[in-house]
Design a protein around this ligand. Sequence first.
Ligand code: SF4
Length: 379
Amino acid sequence: MQSRRDIGIYLHIPFCRQRCHFCAFYLEVAGTDRSMDRLDAFHLALAQEIELHRRQDSIGSRPLQSIYFGGGTPTALPATRLALLLELVRTAWPIQASAEITVEAHPSTVTPADLKVLADAGFSRISFGAESMNEQDFAPIGRPGRVQDTETAVEAARAAGFVNISLDLMYGLPGQSLESWTHTVRALLLLRPSHISCYALTIESGTKLSRNMALNLVPRIDEALQVAMESAAESLLSEAGFIRYEISNYAKPGFACRHNLLYWTDGDYLGLGPSAQSYVNGVRFGNVADLTAYVDMLAEHRLPVTERTDLSDLEQQQDALIFGLRLLLGVPLNRVPNPEQHSKIHTLIEQGLLESTTDRIRLTPLGRRYADTVAGKLF
Ligand code: SF4
């Protein structure tokens, strides 16, 4: 029987013009002559992956509620190529008339003409990685570009027809003060986005930032300052009419990201491209995180899946609870799998990490800071 869960598609575009110092995503640095061969190989392999999933009927005929081009930097590819890739997906599967179709973009990688191509191709939402509106924050994290690029790109996106514009910020950056952060939030609001994501900087092992920190070349993260920054953002954004609907995400009414909501509301998603993760009909699977291996496997007409876990009903319920708790609304109490969890929830409520209403449980402000720890204590 076909699942009644909502479903979306995620496409991982594994290219960036350079690697930011904090970034641990799988990607290749594009920009050389050789890169064009890699882009062509990736494009062909992705077309093959879509065709294999379609032939194997991996997701049935449920119309897609969202398509999300992420990365990497999707706009490291020419806009015309992104339009072609979107067309491939559209040809393979039915799409809801109101589907949300997002493309992530780096502000300095798009021209007004690119944005027009993307809007005309049917992308309905664009998400820019602004990171900060203070240029001195860029150097310690190796983020290329200028603040002016963000302002220009947002204006050009609006002129191209994008109404749903999201901007990503990071806080707790090396050397960033509370005043500098509130300036960033205020400056971002002047650009009138419909959605804002605020991510606390975390240090991933193996990144240049973690090495620089170990060498004391950049200051370490001040966790108390990050907490103050989170509170300041929440106040400023709520005064500006944004609703915080997930730990890191704020939206004007009606502009919560439908694709990302799939992750937090037990929806299904099929991930395409190297390193992309999927969750379909109770099965989690992940693609190989290597473009060469990805291309080779698809050239042999094999799906590039390297990990696969069939979840039991109980495991699916547990995952739904863990991911659902990231939502400010929390999860319905009747989704809590068994009495053992009820007793653990009771303990977490006593510790001030969870709170309950008549029919839901959710993280407290303190619990939101330790969401992963809370999830770990539930199972
Ligand atoms: S632009 Fe984004 S994906 Fe690319 S290196 Fe920077 S953080 Fe990573």
